[in-house]
Design a protein around this ligand. Structure first.
Ligand SMILES: Cc1ncc(COP(=O)(O)O)c(C=O)c1O
Length: 408
């Protein structure tokens, strides 16, 4: 096919995607969010194609403090983003260079955990991130991956069970954080148990970073975690990427110099500018945004439960995060459905979720939906799901009434 026709086809596909995802559906994927218009503009700025490599001036070579020319603004942009991250997550040292949450994890773990070191992390079957399971990062870097079970309601962690496991396993690093993440941890007690054994506590906030930014969920560094890091695009409504913050200079001095040339080379400065903008917006609007996200989760779960859709952790109030979890066992016994079938039914009616039973409220909160809108959302989920009604046109009419983003 001639390249001009391929180009037209590519443009058509991108426009179709943008129309569908930007205006044609309610996005209830817990791992995604909507980027503010200002941050989106920065993503397509000239920074998208530039390099910078600042370093200490070399003796005898006056003026050579960057290996690339033309960088007079990039380094200031990065500094502003790092400073905003440090302020928001309450640590003195921050980097916005990691290109993703996974690479932020690698950036912290590789310098802090020697080959053969023991890593205690919540296993995927309890909602932990797959990357920490023995076959992935531990296999790649020669660590011993051990499970920290999270068996409370909604895969929550109790202080006593975690402390006992830490004493028994004697890990070098206790890694907290989950992909299926409903409730904050008793972090003070867990950190005390870990520090008593000379273990570090790393907190993967990939899912809850936007809640932390708004003062909801928990405050990991102040509650005892040594390093907090995560993705910048799930509950935090930033561009896809990662960041890392710590209050410990000794740890930052091990992590920061090891980033460039070990984990990546260039750090995508358009992304860092867009992330900086997101963090500044969160400093202004974060508390109201995060409060509304959590209130929406609780209101949506309550309404779904009232309609007979099985939701986990009712005894704990369903959720303190941007996620609500469908109970797969009761879904099968009460409705004869698996989470994936439910998700496909919803998608056909313009309601997007993942296929593993998580419903996320972050992006619809950005659109401006409030707890008073959740009965209507629950009604559509119920009718499109178990009742298998065709509600797509009604959903689209409702979606069209939200034209801009809140909290920007
Ligand atoms: C807890 C957790 N950590 C890390 C990651 C990886 O994040 P990213 O996709 O930004 O690399 C994920 C992704 O879903 C996650 O859930």
């Amino acid at each position: 096919m001639p390249s001009d026709r391929s180009g037209a086809e590519l443009a058509r596909l991108v426009r179709a995607h943008d129309r569908w995802r930007g205006r044609g559906v309610f996005n209830l994927l817990a791992s995604e969010n909507a980027i503010s218009p200002a941050a989106r503009r920065f993503l397509s700025s000239d920074l998208a194609g530039r390099y910078t490599l600042p370093h200490a001036p070399r003796p005898g070579e006056p003026g050579t403090d960057n290996d690339y020319g033309g960088t007079r603004f990039t380094d200031q942009i990065e500094r502003m983003a790092n400073d905003a991250a440090a302020r928001l997550f309450h640590g003195r040292f921050a980097t916005t260079r990691p290109l993703s949450g996974h690479l932020a994890a690698m950036s912290a773990l590789v310098p802090l955990l020697p080959r053969g070191g023991r890593l205690l992390a919540i296993p995927p079957e309890d909602g932990g991130y797959d990357g920490y399971a023995p076959g992935y990062l531990p296999a790649m870097f020669g660590w011993e991956g051990r499970p920290l079970p999270a068996k409370g309601p909604g895969a929550s962690l109790t202080a006593e069970a975690a402390a006992e496991e830490i004493r028994r396993e004697r890990p070098s690093i206790v890694l907290l954080g989950q992909s299926r993440f409903l409730f904050p941890y008793p972090l003070k007690e867990i950190a005390e148990a870990a520090h008593a054994q000379d273990a570090l506590v790393l907190y993967d906030a990939s899912h809850v970073l936007g809640l932390l930014a708004g003062g909801e969920f928990q405050d990991p560094l102040r509650e005892g975690a040594d390093v907090v890091y995560g993705s910048t695009h799930k509950s935090l409504p930033g561009p896809q990427g990662g960041l890392l913050v710590t209050d410990r200079e000794d740890l930052f001095q091990q992590i920061d110099p090891a980033l460039t040339w070990r984990v990546f080379d260039n750090a995508h400065w358009n992304r860092i500018a867009a992330l900086g903008q997101t963090l500044l917006e969160m400093e202004r609007h974060g508390p109201e945004y995060a409060r509304t996200v959590v209130a929406n989760s609780q209101a949506l779960a309550t309404e779904l439960d009232r309609r007979g859709l099985p939701i986990v952790a009712k005894e704990l109030g369903f959720s303190r995060s941007h996620q609500v979890h469908v109970d797969p066992d009761r879904l099968l016994s009460d409705h004869g459905l698996r989470p994936s079938e439910l998700s496909y039914r919803w998608e056909r009616q313009r309601l997007l979720t993942d296929r593993i039973g998580r419903i996320g409220t972050a992006e619809v909160t950005r659109l401006g939906l409030k707890p008073s809108d959740m009965p209507r959302m629950a009604e559509f989920l119920d009718r499109a799901g178990p009742k298998r009604e065709r509600v797509g046109a009604e959903v689209l009419a409702w979606r069209r009434s939200y034209r801009s983003l809140a909290f920007t």
